[in-house]
Ligand binder design. Structure first.
Ligand code: PMP
Length: 462
């Protein structure tokens, strides 16, 4: 620790941070003692952020893969300020509206797949997933099937931190201390060939295994009790894992056979990250619900959405006159400031060609990571799609032996931060994730890969 760091540990702001603020997804005791990095970020420009000590970092994870348009975008900041001056808030209950929310709804529906019908705005990916589950239940109640309400998700999925969205999540750390999942939230296998149950299985046999397991789960529970299957088109927080070839087509066929809805959680994959507007476009998904957040406003203001399909909407319309209002609403649903940020963000995404850049520069990132990392004795896999990539580390990939989870990945990430590049160690493994702002250039990708190469050598040897 440098003398400057020591001063900072003891100054007023750092003390208030330890004494007053309970941080999300942070080791509570370590932070209270001052043993976390305690980095206070004060500014950002493009793909770079600065902390209050003047340290500059290339943010190769777009904060929490959300600042997709990059930092310091005056167009978005100005749109927010203008809206705040004009009308900071009015609600959307009982048919009231505000101009930016209506305009943004139109922009979202213009970009969503053709079979989608409406968007409901919320605040976070978690609440949007809760909305999807409630609307799936509402849909089945209106169809006279109130018992069709279980939700299937995958181990290693991340769908949020609420009680329902946290139950849909498939990561143990988000369950164990909270007695989750709630009843009726089921999990099936993580679709990841590296984690196949038998090393001898080839990819085709592994896909058959995944589908047979899902089919057995549906049969065991009874399809008449299952409302929906939820999945991220590319598993995100659970390790940045693109789906096995043919996986989504087989899953969708099975769901259709059993009248089970599909929720595509596009919180990370939505608005360009995979090199297509949505992950659903890339993998040919026809979801009944799409969860959107993060890239919708590039995180300049909190806003999420649940996009629902025509077939769901048609049922919500049946009997709607007798049913009374849709009794589901947040005070901040369709918030004008979030919506103004969304309009400015989606305009920028188009104007700067960020979807195309994610495809092209993403391919370059993957190629450079492969060049740099493949062949290292601890690198088990370099994978990715668009500007979403990961390097998974194992003790001995050829023998199939793993490091203890979160022992090596976080060290590589800490070393990269020392070298001026921020990334994230993904939970339940030793996985270094990359998800930079979609405006990243090839030169900046080179800086990320160089820092990664140096970090892995200093932590694990050449
Ligand atoms: N779904 C996915 C796929 C996510 O990655 C996240 C957040 N990382 C969420 C939902 C939850 O979003 P939020 O943190 O905005 O509630």
């Amino acid at each position: 620790m440098t003398p400057l760091d020591l001063d900072r540990r003891n100054d007023e702001l750092a003390a208030w941070d330890r004494d007053c603020l309970l941080h999300p997804t942070t080791h509570t005791a370590q932070h209270a003692r001052g043993d976390t990095p305690g980095r206070i970020v004060t500014g950002g420009e493009g793909v770079f952020v600065t902390d209050r000590d003047g340290n500059r970092f290339l943010d190769a994870f777009a904060a929490l893969y959300c600042v997709n348009a990059g930092y310091g975008r005056t167009e978005i900041a100005d749109a927010i300020a203008e809206q705040a001056h004009k009308l900071a808030y009015f609600h959307a209950f009982a048919g009231h509206g505000n101009e930016p929310a209506i305009r943004l709804a139109k922009m979202v529906m213009d970009r969503a797949p053709d079979h989608m019908a409406r968007v409901y705005f919320g605040l976070s990916g978690s609440d949007a997933n809760e909305t999807n589950v409630k609307l799936a239940w509402h849909y089945n109640i209106l169809r006279g099937k109130p018992e069709k309400r279980k939700i299937i998700s995958r181990w290693r999925a991340y769908h949020g931190s609420g009680l329902v969205s946290g139950s849909m999540t498939g990561l143990k750390v988000y369950h164990d201390r909270f007695n989750l999942p709630l009843d009726g939230f089921l999990h099936t296998h993580t679709p990841h060939y590296l984690r196949r149950p038998e090393r001898e299985m080839d990819e085709a046999a592994y896909l058959d295994f995944l589908i047979a397991e899902l089919e057995a789960l549906i049969a065991r529970e009874g399809p008449e009790t299952i409302a929906a299957f939820v999945g991220e088109p590319v598993l995100g927080t659970g390790g940045i894992i693109p789906p096995p070839e043919g996986y989504w087509a087989r899953v969708q066929a099975l769901l259709a056979e059993h009248d089970i809805l599909l929720i595509a959680d596009e919180v990370v994959t939505g608005f360009g990250r995979t090199g297509q507007m949505f992950g659903s476009d890339l993998y040919g998904l026809r979801p009944d619900f799409m969860t959107i957040a993060k890239g919708l406003t590039s995180a300049y203001a909190p806003l999420s959405g649940s996009i629902l399909s025509q077939r769901v909407f048609d049922v919500l319309m049946t009997g709607a006159d007798d049913f009374g209002p849709l009794a589901h609403g947040w005070t901040y649903s369709a918030h004008p400031i979030g919506a103004a940020a969304g309009i400015a963000t989606l305009d920028l995404v188009d104007r700067l060609g960020l979807v195309e850049n994610a495809g092209e520069t993403g391919a370059y990132l993957l190629e450079r990571l492969r060049e740099r990392a493949e062949g290292h004795r601890n690198v088990a896999e370099v994978r990715g799609v668009g500007l979403l990539a990961a390097v998974e580390l194992m003790k001995d990939p050829s023998a199939g032996t793993w490091f203890e989870p979160m022992t090596v990945g976080p060290k590589v990430v800490a070393e990269m931060a020392r070298l001026g590049v921020m990334t994230r160690a993904m939970p339940e493994g030793n996985i270094v994730g990359f998800a930079p702002p979609l405006c990243i250039t090839r030169d900046e990708v080179d800086q990320v890969v160089d820092a990664f190469g140096q970090a892995i050598e200093s932590v694990l040897g050449a």
